[in-house]
Ligand binder design. Sequence first.
Ligand SMILES: Nc1ncnc2c1ncn2[C@@H]1O[C@H](COP(=O)(O)OP(=O)(O)O)[C@@H](O)[C@H]1O
Ligand SMILES: [Mg+2]
Length: 240
Amino acid sequence: MSPLLEVTDLHVSYGKIEAVKGITFRVEEGEVVTLVGSNGAGKTTTLRALSGLHRPAAGTISFNGTRIDATPAHEIVSLGLGHSPEGRHVFARMTIEENLLLGAFLRKSAKRSELDADLDRTYAMFPVLGDRRQQAAGTLSGGEQQMLAMGRALMNQPRLLMLDEPSMGLSPIMMKLIMTTVAELRKTGTTVLLVEQNALAALKLADRGYVLEGGKIVLEDTGANLLINEDVQKAYLGQD
Ligand SMILES: Nc1ncnc2c1ncn2[C@@H]1O[C@H](COP(=O)(O)OP(=O)(O)O)[C@@H](O)[C@H]1O
Ligand SMILES: [Mg+2]
């Protein structure tokens, strides 16, 4: 069987600046795969290309056996590729529930009862969102907004959920909670592509990982092996 996501020799540029310089990686169904790397390595650019938000300059992206590198972003979402963006981007003046329902916007054929069931599932995963469902999203803390961004992406029932820096700016306790949730998602069968500057947290959780540096993949291995890799320890883990 072909991988759920297969990226081959992907190049992504901003004008003349090449941010992603020919990366090849894959995500198999049921895996948690992480892309780690320092600020500016090209992680966000890669996810934006996968989502169709920024067209690749070259290379191919296949999702669930279909080429998507020229597919419009909304169709990519409909195919089951979910994206929780860096910086969360929740709608501060809308309620938590309205934000979640936006995540299901493209499921036009979904009945209200199905959406209610998905809301209930989201509230079970993140009880604080359920307790405050009618409050404006802007009243949530950073960690709670991260939960909302993840919950919103999950409302589209993605086969692959891409998370861009979910732990950014969070307290250690909140970060742990978010990472635990990622582990739970995997148990429920959601495949996850996790992008993190916090290499330690990401590699502890991931089945496999890729280290991105200057737009190139410099290392790939299991999460466990990368955690004990000397180069990774020197470059990333010492900073924790
Ligand atoms: N909108 C943009 N215009 C020009 N250059 C950009 C833009 N966004 C990112 N870059 C550049 O692309 C490179 C990769 O950035 P990014 O993908 O955001 O890295 P990361 O997410 O790993 O921190 C960096 O050199 C960054 O400065
Ligand atoms: Mg980024």
